[in-house]
Design a protein around this ligand. Structure first.
Ligand code: 5GP
Ligand code: ZN
Length: 141
């Protein structure tokens, strides 16, 4: 099995532009940035995506992502921040170690919003809400 790219960054085996770290998570720059200052926050412990990660790792990653976002506002003059996490190929994930993108935003920048904001059919929305409510188990939380 090929080594996980982000595990190798955690281990210091391949270089990255580290910007912050905590006991459970690290933050470093994305080398294919969506906007200037685009960073990634990952748990030190491997999990493939947010669907698989332990909740303490998710908590640590979101907290560090918020810290990085505040640094983007304070240090880069970001007017907003997009936090994004993709899980599995169908969602567009390309590196299979959990991560949160922290993307500094400016009014009118080039970042493309991923869906048209059109109202849905209320009957369909309610039906999907029922299906989701029915899918939770005692292990869900
Ligand atoms: P995903 O598409 O899985 O949500 O995001 C993976 C991200 O990892 C992409 O935005 C991509 O630019 C970034 N990436 C891929 N290879 C490397 C690398 O070697 N170093 C760093 N720092 N980022 C990488
Ligand atoms: Zn990994």
């Amino acid at each position: 099995m090929s080594p996980c790219l982000f595990c190798q960054i955690v281990a210091g085996e391949i270089p990255a532009y580290w910007i912050a770290e905590t006991e459970r998570a690290i933050a470093f720059m994305d080398i294919f940035p969506a906007t200037p200052g685009h960073a990634l926050v990952i748990p030190r412990r491997h999990s493939a995506d947010a669907l698989e990660a332990a909740s303490d790792d998710l908590t640590a990653c979101m907290a560090l992502a918020a810290s990085v976002g505040r640094a983007a506002v304070a240090g880069l003059g970001a007017e907003g921040v997009t936090f994004q996490s993709l899980a599995r190929p169908a969602a567009g994930q390309t590196v299979f170690h959990s991560h949160i993108h922290v993307i500094p935003r400016q009014d009118g920048d080039q970042f493309v919003f991923p869906w048209p904001a059109l109202p849905g059919d209320p009957t369909e929305i309610e039906a999907y809400a029922d299906r989701l409510r029915g899918a939770f188990t005692n292990d869900s939380f």
